[in-house]
Write a protein that binds this ligand. Structure first.
Ligand code: NOJ
Length: 552
């Protein structure tokens, strides 16, 4: 067992359908992922997160599960899944998968039994009511599609509760049988050798009148039960929370290290884009200052993009408007309270900003996660329905179907991005592997540097008191080591002065020399201060060395 392995790691979100099609049927599959494990290892990935791989009508990317104990036939078989785990382990890679606790698909046999018969033991697996007037304080999440969290079911003769699409009825966590079912599901997959779960939509498990039905004490109680079960039987496994909440509501999801090991830091994400777009780190600094400390065993998971719209739920109304105007100028780019675009198009395909955004992400406290394809700057297709345009086939090379599949193009589950600046002819892995200055190689280097410095994964942090907010600067400290990370958010050169007498965690580093970890060069000494000039959208990570010699 490697304690706290998730703290100094790189995670990678890998939607199986989009990655690699091993049998030419037009869908990415588990055997395809296995074939590409060497690639993921070369990138420096430690842990894969597989979004839902279970049987499902796929009305919500698989987050509508019809059978918790199987593999979707498009993705392969249980044998393929086990083979993937075996091959991943052989390479020292871990694999987590989605655990969708809050709801099932309406086509799940539990729901079919529940709606058909009031006397069925499954009726109480879901949340029913004679009117659609309960829990009115709960917000609607899929605002562009749903008008209510209640849907009328003709067969059942009642309304059922759903926080997402009406094709996803919520499970009733007040029913102990539902809680027991979910522990069985968890056990089943951990027994196959999975290394943990990304737990979907955790704030919404329990409903109570007079509340917004999020983050309720009973929800936390169930999560403690889950953690206790995992801790007892699978102590090396990790539970990662998807809770799109403000920092003070996120903090309880760690408990006393008796709920989740990790949680996505949702409020930080849009503020990284605000920092880059405004050339000013103030909002990012403010949200980090508003983030409570977490137990030392726990860890934030930080990200730039994922398979959903870039959510703007955890910003003010004014900030949301600013983000939409800046990053979603066309109405089609907006979805619900967010933006359906990928990282590279959001940043105008600008190589400097793409590298800077990742450097900044890597310098923050937490474990970073890549969204597949962002390591090569893949584009999107906003004209596909829902969030499908963020989930197009991985662009392996400039060959047919971007090297993703040997099927006829019209057989692909989604078209490859074939036009514009992000087309697979221009943006693909093979081309980037061949170019030592490509985004892929630059990010690969960042990954190596970060993982070699435990200050990033495990250390505390302190903001540098710089003259303005155009440069985002922080000192990271762990086990007697310090790295100072500076990021110029603007298109102009910026000069900054680091003054150890003004920064408590640098106080004992007077006279130390600085070594630029990424550029691999000496960067001056703190005598008594150190001045650095950063080019447009550039950054440096300076490791301090007391002997004045710098690392070998
Ligand atoms: C969050 C997932 O990331 C999203 O893709 C899904 O639609 C909802 N939860 C509902 O499961």
């Amino acid at each position: 067992m490697a304690p706290l392995w998730y703290k100094n790691a790189l995670f990678y979100e890998l939607p199986v359908r989009a990655f690699y099609d091993s049998n030419g049927d037009g869908h990415g599959d588990l055997a395809g992922v296995t074939r590409k494990l060497d690639y993921l290892q070369a990138l420096g990935v430690d842990c894969l997160w597989l979004p839902p791989i279970y049987p499902s009508p796929l009305l919500d990317g698989g987050y509508d599960i019809a059978d918790y104990y199987g593999i979707h036939p498009d993705f392969g078989t249980m044998a393929d899944f086990k083979q993937l785990l075996t091959e991943a382990k052989r390479r020292g890679l871990r694999v987590i998968a989605d655990l969708v606790l809050n709801h099932t698909s309406a086509s799940h046999p539990w729901f079919q039994a529940a709606r058909a018969d009031r006397a069925s033991p499954y009726r109480d697996y879901y949340v029913w009511n004679d009117t659609d007037q309960r829990y009115q304080a709960a917000r609607i999440i899929f605002l562009d599609t749903e008008t209510s969290n209640w849907a009328w079911d003709q067969t059942a003769g009642q309304y059922y509760w759903h926080r997402f699409y009406s094709s996803q009825p919520d499970l009733n966590y007040d029913n102990p049988a539902v809680q027991a079912e979910m522990l069985n599901v968890l056990k089943f997959w951990l027994d196959q050798g999975l290394d943990g779960f990304r737990c979907d939509a955790v704030p919404y498990l329990i409903e109570r009148e007079g509340t917004n039905c999020e983050n309720l004490p009973e929800t936390h109680k169930f999560i403690k039960t889950v953690r206790n079960f995992v801790e007892t039987h699978y102590p090396d496994c990790v539970l990662l929370a998807e809770a799109n909440q403000w920092p003070h509501d996120l903090r309880p999801y760690f408990g006393d290290n008796d709920e989740f090991h990790m949680a996505f830091h949702f409020p930080v994400m849009p503020r990284i884009f605000m920092a880059l777009g405004r050339g000013d780190a103030s909002a990012l600094i403010e949200i980090l200052k508003a983030t409570p400390a977490i137990p030392p065993e726990n860890q934030w998971c930080t990200f730039l993009r994922n398979h959903d719209e870039l959510t703007l739920e955890m910003v003010t109304d004014a900030e949301r408007l600013w983000m939409w105007r800046r990053y979603a100028p066309e109405p089609r780019m907006r979805l619900n309270l967010g933006i359906r675009r990928r990282l590279a198009p959001l940043l105008g395909g600008d190589a400097r900003q793409l590298e800077l955004a990742n450097a900044l992400l890597f310098a923050l406290p937490g474990t970073p996660i890549f969204y597949y394809g962002d390591e090569i700057g893949m584009g999107d297709n906003i004209w596909l329905p829902d969030r499908d345009g963020l989930r197009t086939p991985f662009q392996w090379d400039a060959g047919p179907n971007a090297g993703f599949s040997s099927a006829a193009p019209e057989q692909l589950y989604a078209p490859v991005v074939a036009e514009g600046p992000f087309s697979y002819q221009r943006v693909n892995l093979a081309a980037q592997l061949a170019d030592s200055q490509s985004l892929w190689h630059r990010l690969r280097r960042l990954v190596t540097v970060r993982k070699a410095q435990p200050v990033f994964g495990c250390g505390e942090y302190e903001f540098l008191p710089l003259a303005g907010a155009q440069v985002f600067g922080l000192a990271r400290r762990h086990a007697g080591e310090v790295v100072v990370a500076l990021h110029n958010l603007t298109a102009e050169p910026q000069r900054v002065e680091i003054d150890p007498s003004q920064t408590p965690c640098l106080a004992s580093w007077q006279g130390a020399s600085a070594h630029d970890l990424v550029a691999e060069r000496a960067a001056g000494q703190l005598r008594p201060t150190l001045t650095q000039t950063l080019g447009p959208y550039s950054y440096c990570w300076l490791k301090l060395e007391k002997d004045g010699a710098g690392p070998p």
